[in-house]
Ligand binder design. Structure first.
Ligand code: GDP
Length: 388
């Protein structure tokens, strides 16, 4: 509601200057948060030179590439997921007219490239290696409400062109705009699309290409869910993260635990119990609430910091970075009965869990277990960082 309408769609540049006391998450983008983290590191340990952003470190990092026909919904997807645009505002988006590159400096530094639908990217003037050499996943958006035969033909030829040189690129097909379609029809479409792709590929002797299908819409959480699945494949040590969350759920009798990227609301890991949409939606909305509250009541920050970057999601005071408490919160919703808890993990990530009924009475032991899990998660990310 309120928060989302603040988004300035035209703004895409470097951090704004001038003091902005209470910022909305809409104004934050991952790039800026990355910068903040860099400055934090610089201030905490002035002897260590910070990594350039994105600099050489970006090399070898997984890249997400978003492709598809014109008007299939690519710009809408990246605006809704990464720039907090309300879905109905995408009606007025201009269709992608040029290659846009969105650099996302999240915990894992991925990028979304929004390719214009009409460009023949197999044109020899494109530097294929520059485009496909580093990507982790190619997301191909197909408009399910439109005739998709041409989209599939292009996808097939893309896969066939990619296979010889880049056989390990995950191809993620987003069968998109499935809002308003009946469940039966959705599944029919998915079956039809899968069949057409498999037939064509096996005709050309390509078997077992890594292709995954997702039914998506920007009007519900399915697009976030799909991105979670895409990104999870690219996270090193995912199994360790999941094991930590499983242990936490077992120890505290949590119903479900998610590790969220705070800015995009994409979860990057969860325990092994099945994901249900209502619990995911509540957890993701809960992050918004806590971020809003910490914007207003969070720790004060030094003036020069505010002027430079407008503040991290948790509004934390820089000088007390090490000593001050992390954001944490528990809430019991009357209609749900079960408490939800949130605990900041680091600048980008938050642990959000649905507890079982009555378990907030055992908060001391829950808190202890959560602390241990957060420490564990931190250590996993340290290992990942040092391997890079
Ligand atoms: P692009 O050319 O691939 O970047 O496509 P756009 O992002 O400009 O989207 C084209 C149109 O599709 C816009 O009017 C969007 O509002 C609409 N659109 C995008 N995603 C969805 C969706 O999930 N459901 C519906 N119903 N419409 C969508």
């Amino acid at each position: 509601g309120r928060r989302r309408t603040k988004l300035d769609r035209s703004y895409n540049g470097p951090p704004r200057q001038g003091p902005v006391r209470h910022i909305s998450p809409a104004q934050l983008n991952l790039e800026r948060v990355y910068e903040q983290n860099r400055i934090n590191i610089q201030k905490i340990d002035a002897t260590k030179a910070p990594e350039p952003a994105p600099g050489p470190a970006a090399k070898g990092k997984p890249r997400l590439l978003l492709m598809g026909q014109r008007r299939s919904g690519k710009s809408s997807i990246s605006s809704v997921v990464f720039h907090k645009m309300p879905p109905n505002e995408t009606l007025f988006l201009e269709s992608t007219a040029r290659i846009q590159k969105d650099s996302m400096h999240s915990f894992m530094d991925f990028q979304v490239w929004d390719f214009p639908g009409q460009v023949d990217f197999m044109d020899p003037s494109f530097d294929l290696d520059a485009i496909f050499g580093e990507i982790g996943a190619l997301i191909w958006v197909i408009d399910a409400q439109d005739d998709y035969i041409e989209a599939i033909n292009r996808l097939n030829s893309t896969i066939l062109n990619l296979q010889p040189s880049y056989p390990n690129v995950n191809v993620e097909v987003f069968i998109h705009k499935v809002d308003g379609l009946s469940d039966d029809y959705k599944l029919d479409i998915q079956r039809d699309i899968m069949q057409r792709i498999q037939d064509e590929l096996s005709d050309h002797g390509v078997e077992n290409a890594p292709i995954t299908f997702h039914l998506t819409s920007i009007y519900n959480h399915s697009i976030f869910e799909a991105f979670s699945k895409v990104i999870q494949k690219l996270i090193p040590h995912l199994a360790t993260l999941e094991a930590l969350l499983n242990d936490l759920c077992r120890a505290c009798r949590f119903e479900k635990a998610y590790l969220f990227d705070v800015l995009s609301k994409i979860y990057i890991a969860t325990d092994s119990s099945p994901v249900d949409m209502p619990s995911y939606e509540i957890c993701s909305d809960y992050i918004d609430v806590i971020v809003d509250v910490s914007e207003i009541y969070g720790w004060e920050r030094p003036k020069e910091y505010i002027e430079f970057l407008e503040g991290p999601p948790w509004n934390k005071k820089l000088d007390d970075q090490v000593a001050c408490k992390n954001a944490e919160s528990v809430i019991v919703l009357t209609d749900m009965k079960r408490p939800i808890m949130l605990r900041e993990v680091n600048q980008y990530l938050a642990l959000v869990a649905i507890m079982c009924e009555g378990s907030h009475e055992k908060m001391p032991s829950v808190t202890m277990n959560v602390e241990a899990t957060v420490t564990g998660l931190g250590e996993v990310f340290e290992i990942t960082k040092h391997r890079k």
